[in-house]
Design a protein around this ligand. Structure first.
Ligand SMILES: *Cc1c(COP(=O)(O)O)cnc(C)c1O
Length: 228
């Protein structure tokens, strides 16, 4: 069985080393343990070891796993790192503390209305599709500055920073550098970037949140697709 507690400790050590080597690292780098597809036992083991930030990419899966854990650990911080459909905004605002995937005007409006209605104010990140990949979520680089300005006008300090997922098979560094530049121009402090294969590189470019799944939990097995 995967020793998630040992893995998490190893990742924390590598984060500390990467921060020590970085020129101008973020003031702090928070490790988000990405628990998607993994069961609550592993999450519970990490909670007992002191881990508090967890990431999920699907609202429904998070709803099945986290309400009870949040009741037990009031300082658990739950991050939504996957695409958010407007028809799931109500559930997302009720459950998540941080939403990393704000990427279009329709979602901005739905989130704003829901936050006002419920007086819940999850921290927000704008996702930027730095590789301009057609299949990927996120605002396109050319539209990013205008969209971030709109999000700032709507949410003020609730908007914390920018998030990206570099294209598979490309060197991630230019994407991280680009995201850092955009955030600097927009006056946003936080950068959500870096996954199991590239979080040390992300830290070198100022990541304040790294989202690490398989390096902690082991490989994910997805249910087989029902159609092709
Ligand atoms: C799954 C996922 C991660 C974690 O990926 P690993 O390669 O397993 O570390 C990070 N960010 C997002 C948006 C993800 O969907």
């Amino acid at each position: 069985m995967t020793d998630v507690v040992q893995n998490r400790s190893d990742v924390q050590t590598r984060i500390a080393k990467a921060r020590a080597k970085a020129v101008g690292p973020a003031p702090a780098t928070t490790l988000i343990a990405v628990s998607k597809t993994h069961g609550v036992e592993a999450v519970r083991a990490l909670l007992q070891a002191g881990q508090r930030h967890f990431g999920e990419n699907k609202v429904q899966e998070a709803q099945a796993k986290f309400p009870a854990l949040k009741a037990e650990y009031p300082d658990l911080v739950l991050h939504l790192i996957g695409p958010l459909q407007t028809n799931k905004v109500r559930e997302a605002v009720a459950l998540f503390d941080v939403i990393h995937t704000l990427d279009r005007p329709k979602l901005l409006n739905a989130l704003k209305a829901e936050c006002e209605k419920t007086d819940r104010h999850p921290a927000l990140f704008v996702q930027v599709n730095t590789g301009a990949e057609p299949q990927k979520a996120g605002v396109l680089p050319a539209d990013a500055a205008a969209f971030v300005a709109a999000a700032k006008a709507a949410f003020g300090g609730q908007l914390k920073g920018l998030m990206c997922i570099p294209p598979v098979g490309e060197a991630p560094a230019p994407h991280f550098a680009f995201l850092r530049k955009l955030a600097g121009e927009a006056g946003l402090a936080d950068l959500s970037m870096g996954m199991s294969d590239d979080y040390e590189t992300a830290i070198a470019f100022g990541a304040s949140f790294v989202r690490v799944g398989s390096a902690i939990f082991g490989a994910r097995t997805y249910p087989p697709k029902t159609s092709v």
